[in-house]
Design a binder for this molecule. Structure first.
Ligand code: R5P
Length: 293
């Protein structure tokens, strides 16, 4: 996939020269079905790591992942680890409205059923959902890397990390503690039917601070734009955004920039979008995966 470009492959090679990297071949049949092929004669039964992010179109990326697992088994791989930097469907981790599926459970059990026994992902929406994977799973958290470009010329007292909702507080805490920053959270409620988001500032104090809103996913940008407006209204000097997965659908970038966000930093878990500053978390993760297997 173009997301895993030569520059990224070279970074991984430099950091983990022991790896033998094979690029899968992808095609689409005229009727829309997916085709993949691993262009090798055989695979080492002991260690195969399949790197496939579940980028949009997520359903296609997911089928391709299952196909690659099956192809790897056919080539003799036995101990298969899957690394999905972006785990799609992670937000449907429970039945919110009667009649819904737990979509993430379907993905995780299907990956296991296909033959993978180890699963690595980056900053999954709800780490608890990984317990639904029947094998061994790891939630890698390189979120501090997304904030690093802002550290340097500013003093620790100037920067504050803000989670846009209570569910994101642990991520904000971890990231803030890596640099000794203050942190807090906003209160976000989403209407499950209309999708409308309401944010309450909880009376937090951000006056004259450089605020970094940290979130796992930016999709429509609605959460970030609303949070940014609230933070400026509370006297924040500058607002930056750091996320793990910049889906940035539709007009989200314009929406976020119009709310006054100075810059968007993201980990490189998804294909790049214009205007975003990316930080390589894949090379960092591959190193940890090799240490864990
Ligand atoms: C939801 O709880 C997630 O953590 C993100 O806050 C959410 O997915 C962001 O979505 P959007 O950009 O559409 O507001």
């Amino acid at each position: 996939m173009s997301w895993l470009d030569d520059a990224l492959i070279n970074n991984i090679r430099q950091d983990a020269p022991e790896l033998h990297i094979i690029k899968a071949q992808y095609k689409e049949f005229p009727d829309g079905e997916s085709y993949v092929r691993l262009p090798v004669e055989a695979l080492d039964p002991d260690e195969t790591v399949i790197l496939q992010t579940l980028s949009p179109p997520q359903d296609k990326s997911f089928i391709q992942l299952l196909q690659i697992i099956d192809a790897a088994l056919n080539l003799g791989a036995d101990k298969i680890a899957v690394f999905t930097p972006y785990m799609a469907y992670a937000r449907q981790d429970k039945v919110f409205l009667k009649g819904e599926p737990v979509s993430i459970r379907l993905l995780l059990t299907s990956i296991y059923a296909a033959g993978a026994r180890f699963l690595f992902t980056i900053d999954i929406h709800n780490p608890d959902s990984l317990s639904l994977f029947p094998g061994k799973s790891y939630n890698l958290m390189p979120t501090h890397l997304a904030v690093k470009p802002l550290v340097g010329e500013r003093s620790n007292k100037d920067i504050m990390i803000i989670a846009p909702d209570k569910g994101a507080l642990q991520r904000a805490k971890m990231t803030a503690e890596a640099f000794g920053f203050e942190y807090d959270y906003l209160d976000k409620q989403r209407d499950r039917i209309t999708g409308e988001v309401i944010i309450d500032d909880r009376g937090i104090s951000v006056r004259d601070k450089t605020v970094v809103i940290i979130d796992d996913i930016i999709s429509t940008g609605g959460t970030i734009a609303l949070a940014t407006k609230k933070l400026y209204a509370k006297g924040a000097r500058d607002v930056y955004v750091a996320c793990s997965h910049a889906l940035l659908v539709g007009d989200s970038y314009v929406k976020i920039k119009s709310s006054g966000v100075k810059e968007i930093f993201s980990l490189n878990t998804l294909p790049p979008k214009p205007g975003v500053t990316y930080i390589d978390a894949i090379t960092w993760s591959v190193k940890r995966i090799l240490e864990s297997l």
